[in-house]
Design a protein. Structure first.
Length: 395
């Protein structure tokens, strides 16, 4: 039987189990680095199918590695399964985890025949924390030849625009006092935060269309009649690439310094050490993916149509290390988009369930084509070694 027909047959057999897996993870959302139940469910499904599974892989409690095959082209399928605070799986990582398992199951029974190695890599903490960067630093991708995953969304996009990303936490230290009787004896940390908030709002008028700054105040004080002595905030900063990101980070810090200077409060700025890169999509893998996508009856829209509707992912860091793709598969959610409660509901809708199965088929079929098409591996390696253009978001 043709290898791709074997892929389809295996995933058809597993379809109900994969959908049930997606729904179970969706029903018990877990935040970054806390995905104990979700990672165990995915690892168990792979282990019961005969793959060699290592839990707690690379020193991360909620990471796992499931492997099949012993030599040849090494294909890594990334699985995500962390959720968002308050709105659960509003980014559809339940679909990602289940579809990656499906692709791994189908490829595992072909690995020896095709002369390939397959790894389904459980990657925690994509939403915040950068689990893939932890795995990169631990050597998880050192011998990978290519890496793939599919992300659900409101649109069908092969070359999904993405941005480099950084996260910071801000603390102002002031001095408490009675807000009515002796306000002059206090240093108002909330005023410092408010000044910086306004300064950043003004900065937004003068940044590139490819740049983003957004955040929340996580602590604003303790009582209205106490001058706030401590305020905290969390902010994200995004730009087209790491170079632009560094420049924007410096401008953002100056906004926070303004709040401290104006009020006399002390300022602490703490950047997370793991910035996300933009995704560099490999053209050869992307073209093969799109050809297989069309065989499922789906049709992708051009990157240009998407415009500046861009997010960020630690898969970007993987794509700068090995040839990769990170396409978006539609779950027919519009007008709901990622990170809305309505999108969480769509992630277990009939369209969401179809995406679990289709993504598994397309990922596995793409791997088969790359492994069996003469010259494909050489082309993707040449493209990775000598990229013809910067694929970061430019407007």
């Amino acid at each position: 039987m043709d290898p791709k027909e074997r892929v389809r047959r295996r995933i058809d057999i597993e379809a109900s189990s994969l959908i049930r897996l997606s729904h179970t993870i969706h029903g018990h959302p877990e935040l970054a680095y806390e995905e104990v139940r979700s990672s165990a469910l995915l690892a168990t499904a792979l282990e019961e199918a005969g793959l060699n599974v290592e839990r707690g892989a690379y020193g991360l409690e909620t990471a796992f590695r499931a492997t099949a095959g012993h030599e040849g082209l090494h294909i890594v399928i990334c699985a995500e399964y962390d959720a968002l605070p308050g709105i659960g799986h509003a980014c559809g990582h339940n679909i990602i985890g289940a579809s990656s398992v499906g692709a791994g199951l189908a490829l595992s029974e072909l690995a020896e025949d095709l002369g390939i190695r397959v790894t389904v890599l459980g990657t925690p903490a994509e939403e915040r924390g950068g689990g893939k960067i932890d795995l990169i630093n631990a050597g998880a991708f050192d011998d990978a030849d290519l890496a793939m995953m599919v992300h659900p969304g409101p649109m069908e996009v092969v070359d999904l625009p993405t941005l480099a990303w950084a996260s910071l936490e801000v603390t102002y230290h002031g001095k408490e006092s009675h807000a009515s009787m002796a306000p002059h004896r206090g240093l108002n940390a909330l005023d410092a935060m408010n000044i910086s908030y306004v300064a950043i709002a003004a900065l937004r008028q003068h940044i590139r269309q490819t740049e983003r700054i957004h955040g929340i105040i996580t602590h604003g004080g303790d009582a209205p009649n106490i001058v706030p002595k401590l305020t905290t905030a969390a902010y994200f900063v995004r730009a087209a690439n790491s170079e632009d990101l560094q420049l924007l980070k410096e401008r953002v810090v100056r906004c926070f310094e303004a709040g401290a200077l104006a009020t006399g409060c002390d300022l602490d700025v703490s950047w997370l050490v793991k910035d996300y890169e933009f995704v560099r999509m490999n053209p050869t893998i992307g073209a093969v993916y799109e050809a297989n996508l069309e065989k499922t009856g789906r049709s992708a829209i051009p990157r240009q149509v998407v415009g500046n509707q861009a997010a960020s992912t630690d898969m970007g860091n993987v794509s700068h290390l090995v040839p990769s793709i990170h396409p978006m598969m539609s779950i027919d959610s519009l007008p709901a988009v990622n990170h809305q409660a309505e999108f969480a509901a769509a992630s277990v809708s009939p369209a969401g369930d179809r995406a679990v199965v289709d993504a598994a088929i397309v990922l596995a079929s793409t791997a088969v084509d790359i492994a069996t098409t003469p010259g494909a591996v050489d082309r993707l390696r040449e493209e990775f070694a000598h990229p013809t253009e910067d694929s970061s978001l430019r407007l």
